[in-house]
Write a protein that binds this ligand. Structure first.
Ligand SMILES: Cc1cc2nc3c(=O)[nH]c(=O)nc-3n(C[C@H](O)[C@H](O)[C@H](O)COP(=O)(O)OP(=O)(O)OC[C@H]3O[C@@H](n4cnc5c(N)ncnc54)[C@H](O)[C@@H]3O)c2cc1C
Length: 423
């Protein structure tokens, strides 16, 4: 008998799960409140970079429509605004890539439809879930909006914060020249914030996402509170002033005559994310299982770009388990959890650690940054490991581990730190 799976929400988690199931002979139906043609007129959804492991999953699913040799980026530049600023670069082993989700998500939804997937367009109400679940062997919930999030209780030991840790101001901008190599740039302004610059494909071609992670109560917080729409020129002037002060190497690449939101006033997003890990499933009123997938199960601050990447990973893990198993019960969930846990939990822990360490200028983290900045192979490894948050957590889960990570590599390194620093 063909299995039937219902999926609430057509974000990256729901779409990639749906595509995987269709590819493997499972019937899938998506419930979503957005039609493909609605995305182009929407406000910026986020600014998501897909690490190359996620791009490889898209290749597997046959939904990589944006070849990395054309749209990808090749590494990370780092700028640390200490009194003597540090600047260094790390290579990725394969290119990663960012596409505006107002282009990405409708395209994958169209793929799903073209391959025979069913879609129902309407906002689903939480109280309808039991009735909907009767049509399926399993229901997967891929939206955390309102009561959907509350269905799955938070896991306290993995949810250390009760509020956002950064005041976010995120936008797509034109008028910023690319650095020498197309790359993400991660800027750190100690005591004030972090900024991630991401080369992103949007409606008119390549533009730059600026993800401004402003410390609450710091000099940059005003960027999350000032409305572009109230006075666009004043907003851009304020932003330029802050970029010159905190992120000067970005400001130096800006053509001030052109600098503005790339596609117009909808290209900006302000707010915050409360990092939370939730239970991975719930029982509906009728006793059936509802599985949490994507942000609804684990949501992180965007500072390290982990959320959609771990959602994609978890979607394929869940898809494989659905294909392999015939009974969807507690034992099924135990197996799904065991398979996705390390990646998802380590992404949340590492992100929370960096938020805290960058916010409080942790000496262990600063020593780590100082050490890798002098040694290209170490920066390369740190950069590549954005793909593998569990490897980052192997390094950062204790001060002892961080020191050992650096010491072991330095002991076998052939790089002369003084020569590397001069390069
Ligand atoms: C500013 C910012 C930058 C980010 N940068 C990165 C990054 O660089 N890398 C990274 O990996 N992650 C990043 N993220 C995180 C990433 O956006 C999320 O982790 C990811 O999009 C979550 O996907 P999802 O499918 O779980 O949920 P969503 O994308 O939220 O999808 C939920 C879906 O459910 C639908 N829906 C909602 N309510 C209903 C309803 N009642 N009925 C029917 N349908 C409904 C919505 O329309 C939507 O399609 C960023 C997030 C932000 C905010």
């Amino acid at each position: 008998m063909v299995k039937r799976i219902g999926i609430i929400g057509a974000g990256t988690a729901g779409l990639q799960l749906g595509l995987y199931l269709l590819q493997n002979g499972v019937e899938a139906k998506l419930f979503t409140d957005r039609r493909p043609e609605e995305y182009a007129g929407m406000r910026l959804l986020n600014t998501v970079a897909h690490h190359h492991v996620t791009v490889e999953r898209e290749d597997l699913l046959g939904c990589n429509h944006w070849p990395s040799d054309q749209y990808g980026y090749f590494g990370h530049y780092y700028y640390v605004g200490t009194p003597q600023p540090l600047e260094f670069y790390g290579d990725l082993e394969k290119p990663s890539r960012a596409v505006d989700y107002r282009i990405y998500q409708p395209r994958l939804l169209e793929d799903f439809i073209a391959r025979g997937g069913q879609v129902e367009y309407a906002p689903v109400a939480h109280e309808d879930l039991s009735t909907i679940s009767e049509q399926f062997d399993l229901l997967v919930v891929c939206t955390g909006k309102g009561p959907f999030g509350q269905m799955f209780s938070p896991v306290p030991e993995s949810s250390p914060f009760d509020r956002p840790q950064r005041a976010l101001c995120v936008g797509l901008f034109k008028g910023i020249r690319e650095p020498e190599t197309r790359a993400v740039t991660m800027f750190f302004s100690p005591g004030a914030g972090e900024m991630i610059e991401i080369p992103t494909l949007s409606f008119g071609g390549m533009v730059n996402a600026l993800v401004m992670e402003n410390h609450v109560g710091g000099d940059l917080e005003i960027l999350a509170k000032t409305k572009y729409d109230d006075d666009p020129k004043a907003f851009i002037a304020l932003l330029l002033e802050k970029l010159r002060k905190h992120y000067p190497t970005c400001a130096a690449r800006i053509n001030e005559d052109e600098f503005d939101l790339a596609n117009g006033p909808l290209d900006i997003l302000q707010g915050g994310v409360t990092p939370t890990v939730r239970n991975s499933y719930a029982r509906l009123d009728n006793g059936r299982l509802a599985v949490a997938l994507g942000d609804v199960q684990a949501v992180v601050d965007p500072v390290l770009g982990q959320g959609a990447n771990m959602a994609s990973y978890a979607a394929l893990v869940l898809g494989q388990a659905i294909v392999a198993e015939d009974v969807f019960d507690e034992r099924f969930m135990e197996k799904v959890d065991a398979a996705r846990k390390d990646r998802v939990l380590c992404a949340t822990r590492w992100t929370n650690y960096m938020l805290d360490g960058l916010g409080n200028l942790s000496p262990d983290l600063l020593n780590f940054i100082g050490a890798i900045s002098q040694n290209p192979p170490l920066v390369d490894e740190f950069t590549e490991n954005f793909n593998y948050p569990e490897k980052q957590w192997d390094c950062f889960s204790s001060a002892e581990r961080t020191q050992a990570w650096v010491a072991t590599r330095l002991a076998s390194s052939t790089v002369d730190p003084q020569v590397a620093a001069a390069e």
